[in-house]
Design a protein around this ligand. Structure first.
Ligand code: NAD
Length: 501
């Protein structure tokens, strides 16, 4: 095995050798790597350089139909769906091992495809591999139930896989979001069709060959690269897909629910957008540390994070001093070459996202917020936007309400706990919230009042596989991670046996 890359030069050399060897660009359908049925391709570009990386198969309706048919055959055949959980576990653990052996290559593919720093991509690999191991290890430890009936009956509650699951994922954490979906779905015995984002398909296609090598049977795991309005929509409207497991924007999430209603009422689990509030009370300890976390909460991954702490709510008595500390922390988080392991931020994923973020920054200035740092794109090549901080934001402003999905922090002031809670909850979203205070009574009071799927107390985004991840309100209705996500990928079957006296 070649030594692990550690320097920028190592990563550049690995990138050059991967491209020279040739990247996998074909769809993976029914145990074969194939071009799209109509031969269409889409171009994937490295946003840090503007260079074309590859022409990737762009699947459409015919490819979706072929994959759904293969997934159904595999499910009915039972080679995976009826296999003993302990044996499914062995295959998934093998896949985790292969991912670990190829983690540098997989991390690099995500970095090249969507511009995130390679150190951050490596962290994602650890998360993805850990997720696979967690669900593999859980699946042979789940028991069914015996209902508390009278002596004349036996009531059993069995858990069964759903059938064909289509996982539609975004580009901001390509392989980690993929793992959060496919690991519990496969562990539970389903056939899974993965549709990666058209902006970041490369790691998913590499994963397909690792899944084959690990021994996942034919048709149990397939990958369809392509656009949402083509192959994504075809999967969502299919009469033979039993479940849509989606991570992405709230707008597309709403469309998927409509497609389910127009077709076969398939289950739809949604992990959607956010505009997460981060509440800093004057009594919190070590303002320098809190400021560092508040800046990291929004600037990590270029702000392209569903749980980005994009609304910073600060008690007015400390606001001026605290914002200065946040600005100092932001100064240390400038974007750089994603192949440099020391870069904190990388490039925006593509031209459209770059324009969208710059447009929000223009609107913030027009709406009267005070621009305290950043605000101007860096000179090219590459799509780099520095950490941008607006103070004096109100909930009437677009930058205070809408998900920007970029490195833009909106700072609000508050004078009381009630005002802080009102501002925090005044949002269509409810994915995450942060709360910094040393007062345990306040912590519990405010935590209970926050309408949010998760609350981080005196940290931002500290979590692991053991706790569920998901939102309330228009942030979605699903839960990834933990044993709760396994529940989404199985149905309950009740069996009532009448017993002779
Ligand atoms: P997106 O909604 O544009 O796309 C997500 C996926 O849906 C992509 O694969 C896309 O091709 C597909 N898609 C688009 N239109 C479709 C259609 N009509 N039918 C079927 N599929 C379709 O989102 P994005 O830009 O890729 O990702 C950013 C969004 O994802 C942000 O809103 C972010 O908050 C959200 N996100 C949420 C979580 C979470 O866990 N809650 C995690 C990561 C990202």
């Amino acid at each position: 095995m070649s030594p692990a890359p550690t320097t920028r030069a190592d990563w550049q050399a690995l990138a050059a050798s991967l491209v020279e060897q040739g990247l996998e660009t074909r769809a993976y359908i029914d145990d074969a790597f194939v071009d799209a049925a109509d031969g269409a391709t889409l171009t994937t570009i490295n946003p840090a350089t503007g260079e074309t990386l590859a022409e990737v198969a762009s699947c459409d309706v015919a490819d979706a139909e072929a994959a759904v048919a293969a997934a159904r055959r595999a499910f009915e055949g039972g080679e995976w769906s009826r296999r003993a959980p302990g044996q499914r576990k062995a295959v998934l653990l093998r896949l985790a091992e292969l991912m670990e052996a190829h983690q540098h290559e997989l991390a690099l593919l995500d970095t090249l495809d969507m511009g995130k720093p390679v150190g951050s991509s490596l962290g994602d690999m650890a998360g993805a591999i850990g997720c696979l191991r967690h669900h593999a290890e859980s699946i042979d430890k789940l028991y069914g139930e015996v209902a508390p009936t009278g002596n004349d009956a036996l009531g059993l509650v069995l858990r069964e896989p759903l059938g064909v699951v289509a996982s539609i994922v975004p580009w901001n954490f390509p392989l980690m979001m993929t793992a959060w979906k496919i690991a519990p779905a496969l562990a539970a015995g389903n056939s899974v069709i993965l549709k990666p984002s058209e902006k970041s398909p490369l790691s998913a296609l590499r994963l397909a060959s690792l899944a084959r090598e690990a021994g996942l049977p034919r048709g149990v795991f397939q990958v369809l690269p392509g656009f949402g309005h083509t192959v994504g929509k075809a999967l969502a409207l299919s009469m033979d897909v039993d479940c849509l497991a989606f991570t992405g924007s709230t707008g597309v999430g709403k469309q998927l629910m409509q497609y389910a209603g127009q077709s076969n009422l398939k289950k739809v689990f949604l992990e959607c957008g956010g505009k997460s509030p981060n509440l800093v009370f004057a009594d919190c300890k070590d303002l320098d540390r809190v400021a560092e976390h508040a800046a990291g909460a929004i600037f990590h991954n270029q702000g392209e994070v569903c749980i980005a702490g994009s609304r910073l709510l600060v008690e007015n008595s400390i606001r001026e001093a605290f914002v200065d500390k946040v600005l100092a922390a932001a100064e240390r988080m400038q974007p750089g070459d994603p192949l440099d392991p020391n870069s904190f931020m990388g490039a925006m994923v593509d031209q459209a996202q770059y324009e969208r973020v710059l447009d929000y920054i223009r609107r913030g200035v027009e709406e009267g917020a005070t621009l305290r740092s950043g605000g101007k794109a860096l000179d090219g090549p590459g799509l780099f936007i520095p950490p941008t901080v607006f103070d004096g934001v109100t909930d009437a402003m677009a930058i205070g309400r809408e998900e920007i999905f970029g490195p833009v922090l909106s700072v609000f002031g508050f004078d009381s706990e009630d005002e802080a809670v009102r501002l925090a909850n005044d949002s269509d979203y409810g994915l995450a919230a942060g709360l910094w205070s040393q007062d345990i009574d306040r912590i519990m009071r405010v935590t209970r009042r926050l309408r949010s799927g998760q609350v981080f107390v005196n940290n931002w985004a500290d979590m692991d596989q053991t706790v569920p991840f998901g939102g309330v309100k228009q942030s979605g209705n699903g839960r990834d991670k933990s044993h709760h996500s396994l529940e989404e990928y199985s149905d309950l079957k009740s069996v009532w046996m009448t017993l002779a006296p």
